[in-house]
Design a protein around this ligand. Structure first.
Ligand SMILES: *Cc1c(COP(=O)(O)O)cnc(C)c1O
Length: 355
């Protein structure tokens, strides 16, 4: 049994469940309720299965070129990976090698501390203020790196470009990663700052706004230097992270910009309507700029609402962490799905209404 002493023991990240039950309304993992662009389907039908015997392009050049043209960023300032989880984990491994702790909020994407533990990176969770806002001064001190999502998850709160700039101005000696998984739902990307700050990495994903969580593509923008360090680590880890179908279908999703913009607009619209209806039911939530709403009800426990919704075939996300245990993170679905959610919530809150 001696070998067990030398095992890298970790507590893994727990993703939202993907239940194998039909007719569920699935509002628990921030997926897009609409399918990917029809151009993706077209490209999928044209994929040659014989080509799967060949390794993919290790540089993912076709996808990188498409991203480069769309975002107007030179190809050598773009890195792609198997979802932004892959990109961010690679960035932790590459950039966070100081003895000083890296900093991220106490309420945030719960994968950050898992990677820090996995790679044995010291870290410190910085408490958000009582309104779940990031206090920028908390990121002024000496540190081994900084990462937070913008908008933050699961709160949905968006910070403006001057806040990001301020954090960068106070952190010239460490790498700052801004995780923009939800930026397309109403925020402004801080992408243009990569030309001013060579230590800024901006990460985005195809999983939410581009409706392609199943294909696993994430990407990052940064200075030439930052991206080249990332690539060195990637090529020391796995040369072929991006498979052939992902490369082809990812490019198709970017090409159909009209569909992308229309999809985001629909989701934003549904989100704003849902906010208004949730307010009428007495829910409290920070104003969300993402494709989810982080809500609690002052008169009913989060656990009870969660369980009752599940009985009705609606799954949302909830964490048993002290500060947020009363909250539910509700992904924005279609208008029909949200109507059903609201009807069920109404019944949970005013049970007499059914008599
Ligand atoms: C969903 C999410 C990711 C990861 O998404 P991928 O599917 O791996 O691209 C990263 N960061 C945040 C904050 C997320 O919510």
């Amino acid at each position: 049994m001696n070998w067990e002493e030398y095992v890298r023991k970790v507590v893994p990240y727990t993703p939202g469940e993907q239940p194998k039950i039909n007719n569920l309304i699935k509002l628990n993992t921030n997926e897009c309720p609409y399918p990917p662009s029809p151009l993706v389907k077209e490209r999928l039908d044209k994929l040659r299965y014989e080509d799967l015997r060949l390794y993919p392009d290790p540089d993912a050049s076709s996808l990188v070129l498409t991203l480069s043209e769309y975002y107007k960023v030179p190809e050598d300032q773009i890195f792609v990976g198997v979802g932004s989880d892959d990109v961010i984990s690679m960035a932790f491994l590459t950039f966070f090698n100081s003895d000083k702790p890296i900093l991220f909020p106490d309420v945030t994407y719960s994968f950050y501390d898992v990677w820090a533990e996995l790679y044995r990176i010291p870290y410190s969770k910085v408490p958000l203020d009582e309104n779940f806002r990031i206090k920028r001064e908390d990121y002024y001190g000496d540190n081994g790196g900084v990462i937070f999502p913008n908008p933050n998850a699961p709160t949905g709160i968006l910070e403006g470009p001057d806040m990001i700039r301020d954090v960068l101005d106070h952190n010239k000696d460490s790498v700052v990663i801004i995780d923009e998984a939800y930026i397309d739902f109403g925020g402004k990307s801080c992408l243009e700052l990569i030309n001013e700050y060579d230590n800024l990495l901006v990460v985005q994903t195809f999983s939410k706004s581009r409706a392609m969580a199943g294909i696993r593509i994430g990407y990052a923008f940064g200075s030439k230097k930052l991206i080249s360090y990332l690539k060195d680590v990637k090529f020391s880890f796995n040369s072929y992270t991006m498979n052939r179908p992902s490369l082809a279908l990812g490019a198709a999703a970017i090409e159909d910009d009209e569909y992308f913009k229309a999809t985001c607009k629909k989701i934003i619209n549904t989100r704003e309507n849902t906010k208004a209806e949730l307010k009428k039911l007495g829910f409290e939530f920070p104003d969300s700029c993402a494709n989810f709403i982080f809500a609690r009800h002052p008169e009913k426990s989060g656990k009870e609402i969660f369980d009752r919704l599940r009985e009705e075939g609606i799954i949302v996300r909830r964490w048993d962490h002290a500060r947020i245990s009363e909250y539910l993170r509700i992904t924005i679905g279609t208008d029909d799905e949200m109507d059903r959610l609201l009807a069920v919530l109404k019944n949970i809150l005013t049970p007499l209404a059914i008599f």
